[in-house]
Design a protein around this ligand. Sequence first.
Ligand SMILES: NC(=O)C1=CN([C@@H]2O[C@H](COP(=O)(O)OP(=O)(O)OC[C@H]3O[C@@H](n4cnc5c(N)ncnc54)[C@H](OP(=O)(O)O)[C@@H]3O)[C@@H](O)[C@H]2O)C=CC1
Ligand SMILES: O=C(CO)[C@@H](O)[C@H](O)[C@@H](O)C(=O)O
Length: 254
Amino acid sequence: MSLPRTPSFRLDGRHALVTGASSGIGLACAVALAGAGAQVTLAARSKDKLDDLARQMAAEGMTAAVLPLNVADIAATESAIAREGPFDILVNSAGLARHGPALDTTEADFDAVSDLNLKGAYFLTRAVAAGLIAAKRPGSLINISSQMAHVGGIDRAVYCATKHAVDGFTKAMAVEWGRQGIRVNTICPTFIRTALTKSTFANPERRAWIEDKIKLGRVGEVEDLMGAVVFLASDAASLVTGTALMVDGGWTAE
Ligand SMILES: NC(=O)C1=CN([C@@H]2O[C@H](COP(=O)(O)OP(=O)(O)OC[C@H]3O[C@@H](n4cnc5c(N)ncnc54)[C@H](OP(=O)(O)O)[C@@H]3O)[C@@H](O)[C@H]2O)C=CC1
Ligand SMILES: O=C(CO)[C@@H](O)[C@H](O)[C@@H](O)C(=O)O
């Protein structure tokens, strides 16, 4: 009897686009993919930050190109993907939050969060898939969603709505593109220490809530996402699509 073959987590020869790559989770995902051998394109609005990070990565032997991009600008995003693609791997981490009581949400807040977290993510995922389908190539598309796609959170109605919707379109696209070999998944982190969560962690009441809910007893660090993203991007996840990979320390298990 022959032994099963261990699948490869390597990404050599694959081109990955990572949005939100200038900070936090996106940056960690970019480094993880490059460390696994992918040729990574770093996207965010701030070109200076991206240039600096690409230089740091190059100094450590990782290949990274820079793509200044506002993901909420659908036309600009679609033309950038058509010009720079096809990308075998997408990690869409660009996102924002404007927390506050649902009764106080303004239309401007609603639009700003939805335009990036939902509309931008939707059209970006579609644009990368279109490039793969035209080139008849398989791919792995990963949206950084949130545990807030699966539970509610105080002061987080709009944010939760966008993340629930990201998990929704991810499943629908996975169903639609499965036959073309395009896998579409989300990663759903708990609270991770980044610029986005600085004010939340500074609030003692919120911090206590978070520490109580994370059953593994600690808040998340960006490194906690690096294994998950390499796994989903790689052939080791070749039968994984339409799923939400929870990296939430057990928050949603309760
Ligand atoms: N930190 C956390 O606890 C969690 C975060 N998430 C999700 O992870 C993702 C990343 O969050 P995190 O790393 O913490 O946040 P950060 O604030 O650290 O990073 C956000 C990144 O998104 C980029 N960005 C913001 N707006 C745009 C835009 N319009 N177009 C392109 N890029 C943009 C920023 O760069 P620039 O300003 O230069 O454009 C930056 O690189 C988000 O989708 C968030 O919802 C999910 C669960 C937990
Ligand atoms: O998704 C998150 C936690 O699961 C975080 O991004 C938070 O919502 C963050 O925006 C915060 O609350 O500070």
